[in-house]
Write a protein that binds this ligand. Structure first.
Ligand SMILES: Cc1cc2nc3c(=O)[nH]c(=O)nc-3n(C[C@H](O)[C@H](O)[C@H](O)COP(=O)(O)O)c2cc1C
Ligand code: SF4
Length: 434
């Protein structure tokens, strides 16, 4: 007997149909897409040989300082590294996780971002550069907090759930969250899919104007988009007056989303950056309106490739959580017993039962994460990523991560060549160009 399984009705598809027929609804989970799509691993850097001179690591510096939002803001964000911590809500994450992320950002001179559900006082205290999200839900939104932020981010969409709103399962809506969000305890919360006070890009322009006035033109206004119809969306956001645009791809992480949106909507990070760069170029705003990429950025190599393709900075979510010990057995945890899967296979942030105290509101579980130790781990990881970026940049003979360009890259697959618009290795052909 030869054991074979159907490619169409694979064991996973069979299990999925069984689960839906048991549940009677679509499936919800956290973490990120399970689709196998073109990613940064499909690109490689063409470091120096005889045609270019590498820089000496021990005596030649590589600049990583990054400025975001200098088009209109009196005080743009000035970061020591082009990597910052993305918006993840207090609600999806525990107070200790949010505090640790804010502290880590301050330790390395970068920013962190609030997320849905408002500005958590301990994160505000810990993070020297805090980006405040303005979301369709307005849960926990306080206009006075606009003045306490170093940048504002208007969320139009998220890569993990484009075209829909946030989701927070009732098990996480405990006392603090229910009070901060003004929601009944224990009830599943779904945020609106769109801002209640605007219907389109003209209203976005007005919203940006209002936020500028409210913050006295001091801080940058970002617009975050789920990467789908990137070219048009980026042009509309830039023309509406955004100082920076975040393109968040289909590979982006989440605390909870419907599985169908995670796996079947949006486009990957590589083409999202290229389309956004070209859109800004077409309207003459490339380099003026800053481009931030997010979705599946795991290392300094990913971040460096994102910059080479045209991003000015990257934002990380899941990899910062993994640095905090997500998916790792720690003293007191037992993934098999608590989550039903081994560490390394957990994607159950929506359950509120996170065994490492990150994606939970349970008082006892939260204690498993020490914010100071966590901050140190995330800061170490951010420093390691930044060093990796510098190493790659110097190997290309460059002294500034912002000098990385598409010409530094080649593609390992035809698909990556077409999506990244760089030549396939061993050829001088860029696929997809006429
Ligand atoms: C636990 C968790 C909570 C999140 N909460 C929010 C949120 O409140 N608002 C938002 O715009 N995005 C939220 N996101 C998405 C992130 O801001 C970001 O788009 C995504 O994490 C980037 O992809 P990465 O995780 O692969 O780095 C969340 C992501 C995670 C993992
Ligand atoms: S370990 Fe916690 S943060 Fe990581 S995937 Fe599981 S529930 Fe989410």
């Amino acid at each position: 007997m030869v054991r074979r399984t159907s490619q169409i009705f694979s064991p996973w598809v069979i299990q999925d149909i069984h689960a839906k027929s048991d549940l009677g609804r679509y499936r919800i989970r956290g973490f990120s897409s399970f689709q196998d799509v073109t990613h940064f691993d499909d690109l490689t850097f063409l470091s120096t040989g005889l045609t270019r001179f590498p820089l000496e690591g021990y005596k030649e510096q590589c600049n990583t300082q990054t400025v975001i939002g200098s088009l209109n803001a009196k005080n743009p964000l000035i970061l020591d590294t082009p990597i910052y911590i993305t918006g993840m809500s207090y609600g999806a994450l525990s107070v200790n996780a949010k505090t640790a992320l804010g502290k880590a950002a301050s330790l390395v001179g970068t920013a962190s971002c609030t997320g849905d559900g408002g500005m958590l006082p301990s994160e505000r205290k810990a993070s020297n550069k805090l980006i405040y999200q303005v979301l369709p839900s307005r849960y926990g939104f306080n206009p006075h907090h606009l003045k306490k932020a170093q940048a504002i981010e208007i969320v139009v969409g998220q890569g993990a759930k484009p075209g829909t709103g946030g989701m927070l399962m009732g098990i996480k809506v405990l006392d603090n969250i229910s009070e901060m969000r003004d929601l009944p305890k224990g009830i599943d919360q779904r945020s609106p899919a769109r801002h209640p006070d605007w219907l389109g890009p003209d209203d976005l322009a007005m919203k940006i104007e209002q936020l500028r006035e409210a913050t006295n033109w001091t801080v940058p206004i970002h617009v975050k988009l789920g990467a789908c119809r990137v070219s048009d969306d980026v042009k509309l956001a830039a023309k509406a007056g955004a100082d920076a645009i975040v393109v968040d791809s289909m590979l982006a992480g989440t605390g909870a989303s419907s599985e169908i949106l995670l796996d079947h909507s949006g486009i990957p990070t590589v083409p999202a950056i290229v389309l956004a760069r070209e859109a800004l170029r077409e309207i003459g705003l490339n380099g003026k309106v800053h481009l931030i990429a997010s979705g599946g950025i795991r290392s300094g190599a990913d971040a460096a490739k994102a910059l080479a393709l045209g991003a000015d900075a990257v934002a990380i979510g899941l990899s910062a959580l993994i640095a905090l010990n997500c998916n790792r057995e720690i003293p007191g945890s037992n993934f098999m017993k608590e989550m039903g899967v081994p560490a390394g296979e957990c994607s159950h942030c929506h359950t509120g039962k996170c065994p490492v105290g990150i994606a939970t509101q349970d008082e006892n579980l939260t204690k498993r994460l020490d914010p100071d130790e966590g901050a140190e781990r995330v800061a170490n990881f951010l420093n390691a990523m930044t060093m990796e970026m510098s190493l790659l940049t110097r190997s290309l003979g460059k002294g500034d991560v912002h000098s990385l360009e598409p010409e530094d890259l080649a593609a390992l697959t035809i698909e990556a060549s077409a999506m990244a618009q760089v030549p396939l290795v061993g050829t001088n052909k860029i696929f997809g160009q006429s």
